[in-house]
Design a protein around this ligand. Sequence first.
Ligand code: ATP
Ligand code: MG
Length: 294
Amino acid sequence: MDIRVEKFIAPFRVDSGKGFRLKDYSTKNTNGFKDKEAAGDLLAKGVEWMSEQQEMMYAQDQYSMLLIFQAMDAAGKDGTIKHVMSGINPQGCQVYSFKQPTSEELDHDFLWRFSKRMPERGRIGIFNRSYYEDVLVVRVHPELLTKSKLPPEAIGKNVWAQRFESINAFEEHHTRQGTVIRKFFLHVSRDEQKRRLLSRLEEKSKNWKFAAADIAERAHWDDYQAAYEDAIKSTATKHAPWFIVPADHKWFTRLVVAAAIVDAFADLKLKFPEVDKSKRKELKAIEESLKRER
Ligand code: ATP
Ligand code: MG
């Protein structure tokens, strides 16, 4: 599609880990955009275009798209998913939110529960958290690893490098099989997270969103940032790039995510499937007989 979309998302796209440092990426950047209104109109256009593309992808029944969302708490994953996918046909879209693994899930390899939920051909799959938690929260809390039922050789000193290798192989495999993968890290600042957590405490209508656990995880801020940096660095590839999305301004977060999805669809050069000559003839005959019907 538009070269401008590609240019717009370029500063946020990471498709090689070389020299990657999270601190080089701003949480506040709005790339010259000044106001919500202009961004809102553009977002609406993007969503409309996406919805047509999604229909074509569904009709073609060949490709699928996996969108992965990772972030610290209160960075806006839920709101972004809601806004960006608002115009998409719900039948063509599957959203999964991944929590702590169940004991059945822990009885399998760490990719098992995600593998089962990969989008079918023609569909968009959204992972609200993903297998990246297994190199993030599990890395920040090593006791999750030692308490798991994994054999000692699976949790040795190379455990993270090995997990990155498994993730890269998994993503490459699915890309080859027709799944377009895009990964989003909603990059929020520590100050903005504080503001949002405070408003969950102060505003009655937001109280339900507050989880004491978020405060506990906040205390591990630096460990999380380091784990994110290493995970992104180790798994950023041309076919499954990361987007480091500035998340201090929610309206801008949404625009960047939508633009990255628009760009991913554009790469697929989708078309509605064409019917061959004999099928066309058959349809024509049915059309005429239907018109003659009284
Ligand atoms: P929200 O708070 O907006 O509802 P959420 O994604 O934070 O969304 P929660 O139920 O609050 O949902 O949290 C899910 C928790 O599950 C997160 O803290 C996450 O780190 C944790 N989790 C996900 N995968 C794993 C895993 N493999 N091992 C341990 N914890 C995990
Ligand atoms: Mg939470």
